[in-house]
Write a protein that binds this ligand. Structure first.
Ligand code: AMP
Ligand code: ZN
Length: 471
């Protein structure tokens, strides 16, 4: 697979440390509020990547953290802990907030057909691992204590700006924007590994540590959790593009200092979803959620399709007009699939050419819009309907748009006009035909089949038995 790598800033062949095995890490949500559809764009594209790697035959171990402590309002270690902010807003405890919004996140993810990662780990469950990592960084001379906090010393690194796209100037802007500058930092790029002197005495969750009662910095979470559950050699690290700096830059700094070797060679970043005012963000107060889309009558999977229509490395502007266009495209696609004849044998050989095109599309830097085009090509292809259905089912392992389920619903709705008496008669005929077949009475079986056909009834063999529908 060819995949753009932010480290090196070019497309390159995706390689793994152990052949056939991918250790993949995804920065998880900060659970102080609902995920907005911008966050979910990132998780949808990561889900497609995860599923495509599996489609290609890799054994993928995907790890994701849940940030339930330590993520401050500004990524530059200033401002209030976001979790505390959520707790105050809703007059609940931090743990109640974390529990509620973690569940809400996975409910939204399920509605978007996002697979739950193999390991999901809340930061608050890994405190000993964070303390161990900070201890080792202090021992190795990469960290220092100042003003009660423990900081990573970025001056100890040969190269701090690993992604090559940040400058001192960019950082200065971030620092100026922030609430206050931290006087204890030796270098302005240094970052907090462990807070004890919180600027907020009311920080709710604190743990004993060799440096006093405190709590971890946000960046250390992802390093420690990914090393614990993804091993010392990570293959692929993912997140939204805003995570690249300072979060991922700091993750690399501390992980490599801790491990003493290179850590993760491939970095995948999804560009932002924008609204009319710019980047969609939780701190703006008003933002779009999956529930809001549903309340307006949109199927969440249409939003997934909307995301797949664009490349993950381009910013995507959300408008309801463009979502309406996705609704039209989705419904047309489903209607065409519902019209396919579900009887007959698929031709695996004839399917290969189309599977190859699909692999080429996704394998070229996850070109999902071309992947969708492959679906249309299949519908137009000179192959049997059964082969088309087989191919759609195959591509759906990656695209996960719920197309076959939606088509099945349309077929079932068609049968709604059939009266109960007629349905009972059809069921009886099918049972009689089954009996005739079991008794090798082919003449009777054929006669019944013809009778059903004359009544416009199509039979389908499924693992659950024979199903019927009006043609
Ligand atoms: P958070 O819950 O704020 O920690 O963010 C969760 C994920 O969503 C991170 O990977 C962010 O980089 C990503 N993200 C945040 N805002 C956006 C946006 N507007 N569009 C796409 N991804 C985003
Ligand atoms: Zn992270």
């Amino acid at each position: 697979m060819i995949l753009y790598n932010t480290l090196g800033q070019k497309k390159m062949e995706f390689k793994t440390h152990t052949p056939g095995k991918v250790n993949m890490y995804t920065c998880g949500p900060t659970v102080y509020h609902y995920a907005h559809i911008g966050n979910l764009r990132t998780y949808i594209m990561e889900d497609v990547l995860d599923k495509f790697l599996r489609y290609e035959g890799y054994d993928v171990n995907r790890v994701m953290n849940i940030t339930d402590v330590g993520h401050l309002a500004s990524d530059a270690d200033t401002g209030e802990d976001k979790m505390l902010k959520g707790a105050k807003r809703e007059k609940k405890t931090v743990l109640e907030i974390a529990d509620f919004y973690t569940k809400a996140f996975f409910e939204d993810a399920a509605k978007l057909n996002i697979r739950t990662p193999d390991v999901v780990m809340p930061a608050t469950r890994c405190i000993p691992e964070f303390i161990n990592m900070v201890t080792v960084l202090l021992e190795k001379g990469y960290a220092y204590e100042a003003g009660g906090n423990v900081y990573f010393d970025t001056s100890k690194l040969d190269k701090y700006y690993v992604f090559g796209n940040q400058t001192e100037e960019d950082l200065a802007v971030g620092v100026r924007d922030s609430v206050e500058e931290d006087e204890f930092k030796r270098n302005k790029t240094d970052f907090v590994l462990w807070f004890t002197k919180s600027k907020f005495d009311d920080q709710e969750l604190k743990w004993e540590s060799p440096w006093g009662l405190g709590y971890p910095g946000w960046h250390i979470e992802c390093s420690a959790i990914s090393i614990k559950h993804g091993g010392e050699y990570l293959d692929l690290h993912c997140g939204g593009v805003d995570n690249a700096f300072p979060h991922h830059t700091n993750e690399i700094a501390q992980s490599e200092a801790f491990l003493g070797h290179e850590w993760c060679p491939h970095w995948f970043h999804v560009l932002h979803l924008l609204d009319s005012t710019g980047k969609m963000s939780k701190s703006k107060g008003e933002f779009l959620t999956v529930s809001l889309l549903e309340s307006k009558g949109y199927d969440p999977l249409v939003y997934r399709m909307f995301c797949l229509q664009s490349h993950y490395r381009k910013p995507l502007t959300f408008t309801f007009e463009s979502l309406d266009n996705a609704v039209v495209a989705y419904n047309k696609l489903v209607a065409r699939i519902a019209a396919l004849d579900t009887e007959g044998e698929a031709d695996a050989d004839a399917a290969k050419e189309y599977q190859q095109k699909f692999k080429d599309a996704l394998g070229n830097d996850l070109n999902t819009s071309l992947g969708l085009t492959c679906l249309y090509d299949v519908l137009k292809a000179p192959v049997s309907d059964a082969t088309k259905l087989m191919l759609i089912e195959d591509f759906e392992k990656v695209l996960s748009l719920g197309l076959l389920e939606a088509a099945e619903k349309i077929r079932a709705e068609k049968n709604e006009g059939v009266s109960d008496d007629e349905a009972a008669e059809i069921e009886a005929l099918i049972a009689e035909r089954q009996k005739a077949r079991a008794e090798k009475d082919w003449a009777t079986a054929d006669r019944i089949r013809d009778e059903l056909k004359a009544r416009n009834i199509v039979l389908e063999d499924t693992p659950q038995g024979i199903k019927w529908k009006k043609a």
